[in-house]
Design a protein around this ligand. Structure first.
Ligand SMILES: Cc1cc2nc3c(=O)[nH]c(=O)nc-3n(C[C@H](O)[C@H](O)[C@H](O)COP(=O)(O)OP(=O)(O)OC[C@H]3O[C@@H](n4cnc5c(N)ncnc54)[C@H](O)[C@@H]3O)c2cc1C
Length: 482
């Protein structure tokens, strides 16, 4: 008799379950099942590695009907990995396509090396200094908004050295995992998104920040990030375009394995690949609310040109970026996500020799620079001013002026396009991933400054959690409270 493909793995689970249930405790039994699952998964992946086969998600449960709310880079990556795991997936999005809000024109960096959050011991003094400067890299516009004050206090707590260390470690772990998943996905699908693998060079124009970076670098290396310190001359040798600021450059850090690419192109193309695998995308559909019965979500209420309707599923994933709290609050779930508005300029490169090839982080101005095919993207700064998406000319002009200063003659500033987006920021920049206290409601949101970097790892881990598997990355996922 031929056994179905994963019958062996299922049989392996029976033993520990029986033993555990004889011990009389359902909690012990549950834990034994988890351990057994993990052992089987590790055995299978070791076996596949020995045979030279690509790794494959192991799926132990039945096929679930999953609805993902939001088609940003995080929602689409979740859809991809959930479909790969064998689930029936529908994505609901208010825009006419994927990746049209915060994932549209970000800095383009896959930057594991940029894991130190804004909330660090040096931040409070800097923020105070910048408080009334219109072009400040980090600007809190204090408002009569309880959410903003609550978030701001939590941010201050995350500036404590121990919290910063913990958050940086979390982000490095998830970042390394995510970058590896992105690389595997690229190999598997040949997805094209103006991608470059030339590393990320983080440069400093004041000595104090460079010295601070050296301390952070040690922590990053301890956790496996290949970040090294560079002198000013070494930085210019890696990226000759930085010669323009040779007189003030203090040094840099360099992470060769970091990457860059257009997050919007990636999101659109991954959505197309997912659709080809059977994922349904409902664009132009606004999510209005979730209907709860007892400890479960029964349906999601959506509105489109034809009216309002309820969609039902086995599981629901909230990936609405900065808007996630709005949907969760009526259910009694408070999540510490607040919008951190950022800006970018995108401009065609007119002189390729004067534009950088290596993706850059400019510490002084808190902007990142990526070459995306024939375009240059310069993005960054943060403004805490609620959900306002208006373009502030002063802030855009400041970024444009800095780009002209760094790369004189590389582009025509009159052709620059300005954009703004709302990063879904948690106080410590660590995203919220996993199951909520409502049994069939999951969250994949709050990726702040690193949503593009962390999207694939977060999507894969979320798919594992929904499938009842243990994610293969050391990260504090939401606690399974069901
Ligand atoms: C200036 C700037 C530069 C950045 N640079 C980088 C970088 O270099 N590297 C990096 O890793 N990250 C970067 N980021 C961060 C990154 O862009 C975000 O973390 C990421 O895009 C968040 O993705 P998301 O899918 O969670 O949110 P989003 O992309 O905002 O997706 C959420 C989706 O939900 C939809 N939605 C919301 N409400 C509803 C509703 N009621 N009904 C239906 N649909 C709804 C929205 O339309 C949207 O498509 C940058 C961000 C900014 C602003």
């Amino acid at each position: 008799m031929r056994l179905p493909p994963r019958a062996g793995a299922r049989l392996c689970l029976v033993g520990p379950c029986i033993v555990a249930s004889r011990l009389g405790s359902p909690i012990v039994a549950k834990r034994h099942v988890r351990v057994a699952r993990l052992a089987v998964e590790r055995l299978e992946s070791a076996g596949r590695a020995i045979l030279g086969l690509p790794s494959r998600p192991v799926f132990f449960g039945k096929q679930l009907k999953v609805i993902i709310l939001g088609a940003g880079v995080v929602g689409v990556a979740s859809a991809w990995y959930l479909a790969q795991a064998g689930h029936e997936v529908t994505v609901v999005e208010r825009q006419p396509g994927a990746g049209l809000e915060t994932s549209f024109a970000n800095g383009g960096q896959i930057s594991v090396s940029h894991a130190e959050p804004w909330a660090n011991p040096e931040a409070p003094a800097k923020i105070l200094r910048w408080l009334f400067r219109e072009d400040a890299p980090l600007l809190f516009r204090l408002r009569a908004d309880l959410q903003q004050w609550r978030w701001g206090l939590a941010f201050l707590r995350e500036c404590l050295p121990g919290r910063t260390r913990r958050n940086t470690t979390q982000l490095v772990h998830l970042g390394l995992y995510s970058r590896a998943e992105l690389t595997a996905l690229r190999r598997e699908t040949s997805i094209q998104n103006d991608h470059l693998e030339r590393g990320i060079l983080h440069f400093f124009t004041d000595r104090e920040s460079h010295e601070h970076a050296a301390r952070t670098a040690t922590l990053m290396r301890e956790h496996g990030c290949d970040l090294t310190m560079k002198t000013a001359a070494e930085a210019i040798a890696l990226e000759p375009a930085l010669n323009s600021i040779a007189d003030v450059l203090q040094g840099a850090t360099y992470t060769p394995s970091d990457q860059s690419g257009d997050a919007h192109l990636f999101t659109v193309r991954l959505a197309e690949l997912a659709a080809a695998k059977g994922v349904t995308f409902l664009y132009d559909n606004v999510v209005e609310g979730l209907e709860r019965t007892a400890d479960r979500i029964a349906s999601v209420r959506i509105r489109n040109a034809h009216g309002v309707q309820a969609l039902g599923a086995d599981a629901y994933v909230v990936a609405l970026g900065s808007y996630s709290p709005h949907l969760l609050r009526p259910l009694g779930l408070r999540v510490p996500i607040y919008p951190a508005k950022g800006y970018s300029i995108t401009v065609p490169i007119s002189d390729p020799a004067r534009a950088p090839h290596v993706s850059l982080i400019d510490e002084a101005m808190k902007v990142v620079v990526s070459r995306l095919g024939t375009r240059l993207r310069v993005a960054g700064t943060a403004e805490f001013t609620g959900y306002d998406l208006g373009i502030n000319r002063t802030r855009c002009e400041a970024i444009l002026k800095r780009a002209q200063h760094l790369f004189p003659g590389a582009f025509d500033p009159r052709l620059a396009e300005f954009w703004t987006g709302l990063r879904p920021a948690t106080p410590g920049n660590v995203p919220l991933i996993g199951r909520t206290s409502i049994a069939n409601l999951y969250l994949n949101s709050g990726h702040g400054t690193l949503g593009w970097t962390l999207a694939c790892g977060s999507g894969r881990a979320l798919a594992d959690i929904v499938s009842g598997r243990t994610p293969q990355v050391q990260f504090d996922f939401l606690r399974d409270e069901s």
